[in-house]
Design a protein around this ligand. Structure first.
Ligand code: ADP
Ligand code: ASP
Ligand code: MG
Length: 412
């Protein structure tokens, strides 16, 4: 007997037919003698629809009420799945985030999970029951409902898995595993059978939305093995595990995967003063306003001259970032703010990059050969990211995929 969390994404829950199919997968695990908790997303497209309603109601909506509206999508699917499972003769019940509870921080629309109480789940398992839990939602300390940010059901699933000390967390989605890049834009992408938490964390954080980044970080900390697989077929998926769990002699590529992120915006502050405090005067107020800054490029000015400071922020935070900095224009002392949202960050990730010189150079050469301009570059130990004009996204990902020898023999 094992303890398993099964998480089903929006495409898997889109409509009664699919929910019935999901119920069949849950039944199979329960009948194999496993203790199962199920975490579900809203039906595909539903969260977008609900967010749209909030915006229509008022452009200055209260984030608390936004949470009340958008959390409803998962409430519907968890109830429907519990009804379907019960109809199949299984002992299933839904438990909303506030009923377990899944405790979160106060940050509405982007709350963090503080912990999940396991008492209710233990009682359910004692009675050979199946708990169906809506992802994406929890209970803030002040008693209000909170949601976790887009894609947050993955994190709900891992948090539930940690609380119930699950043997693994199975993430069922609309692709049958983690691929070398998004299989929807590179048909020759290859499925990765086993990937380390560290690599998955980097890939997710630079745009591979197959898993929410926070879910991978939590799984790594709590040592929960994740399996990514399709709810539509039985093919083996991808295991996400610790580096020491991967056989050493396994043949490794230098680059494990390539990801892209279109939801970034570039900001340039022109004619910045060249003082030691200049960067802090920009990034301090942005941090206070909760704006995440990602890539930063600053050219070194000649003595006594001014320089441009370029950086990226999430596209959704651009208006706020401009507002914060405009107010401080005279204090910081820049001339102008230039912005550009038609950009993409493309990243290559792989632990094989460590101590392997020339990996970044191949990236720059490959893109230069196609005439693709690099607007910014950042690196970490196992990642190189470049900022390029958005129109070149698919071309860049495809040529890099080929250049690093990641293409499958035939199309997937
Ligand atoms: P769910 O609704 O099940 O949570 P998501 O849409 O959040 O599903 O994530 C699955 C999608 O992630 C896939 O349809 C695929 O287009 C995209 N994706 C991006 N990068 C990758 C990758 N490297 N491997 C697999 N899928 C990827
Ligand atoms: N329904 C939420 C979203 O679309 C959460 C999730 O599906 O993970 O972002
Ligand atoms: Mg998702």
């Amino acid at each position: 007997m094992a303890r398993i969390v099964m998480k089903f994404g929006g495409t898997s829950m889109a409509g009664i037919e699919r929910i019935r199919h999901v119920a069949g997968l849950v039944k199979r695990e329960a009948e194999a003698g496993h203790q199962v908790a199920v975490v579900v997303s809203a039906m595909a497209g539903e969260t977008d629809r609900l967010i749209h309603f909030c915006r229509e109601a008022s452009s200055l909506y209260d984030p608390r009420e936004y949470d009340v509206v958008v959390a409803s999508g998962e409430q519907v699917t968890s109830g429907l799945l519990a009804i379907t499972l019960t109809g199949m003769g299984l002992n299933a019940r839904s438990y909303m985030g506030w009923q377990l509870p899944i405790r979160t921080s106060a940050g509405h629309a982007a709350a963090l999970i503080d912990g999940v109480d396991a008492d209710v789940l233990e009682r359910v398992f004692d009675e050979s029951g199946i708990a169906v839990i809506p992802g994406f939602q929890g209970l803030a300390a002040d008693g209000s409902l909170a949601t976790l940010g887009r894609g947050g059901s993955d994190t709900s699933a891992v948090a539930v898995a940690a609380a119930m000390k699950a043997d693994r967390c199975d993430i069922y989605t609309d692709v049958d595993g983690v691929y070398t890049t998004d299989p929807r834009i590179v048909p020759r992408a290859r499925k990765i059978p086993v990937i380390t938490y560290e690599e998955m964390l980097e890939l997710a954080s630079v745009g591979a939305k197959v898993l929410q980044t926070r879910s991978v970080g939590l799984a790594m900390r709590e040592k929960i093995p994740i399996k990514v697989l399709s709810s539509f077929d039985d093919r083996p998926g991808t295991m996400v595990v610790a580096e020491n769990a991967i056989e050493e002699d396994m043949e490794r590529q230098v680059i494990t995967g390539i990801a892209y992120e279109k939801n970034e915006a570039r900001m340039t502050l022109t004619a910045m003063p060249d003082t030691p405090a200049a960067a802090a005067s920009v990034f301090g107020p942005l941090a206070e306003a909760g704006v995440n800054v990602d890539m930063i490029v600053q050219s070194v000015p000649r003595a006594g001259e001014r320089t441009d400071l370029t950086f990226t922020v999430p596209a959704t935070a651009l208006a706020q970032a401009v507002d914060v900095l405009e107010r401080l224009r005279s204090e910081i002392g820049f001339a102008d703010i230039l912005t550009d949202t038609a950009i993409t960050k493309v990243s290559i990730v792989g632990v094989g990059m460590r101590g392997n010189p020339g990996v970044a150079a191949l990236m720059f050469r490959t893109l230069a050969d196609r005439g693709i301009n690099l607007l910014a570059i950042t690196t970490s130990e196992i990642k190189v990211s470049v900022l390029i004009p958005e129109d070149y996204t698919e071309l860049a990902v495809r040529v890099l995929h080929t250049a690093y020898g990641l293409d499958a023999e035939s199309e997937a």
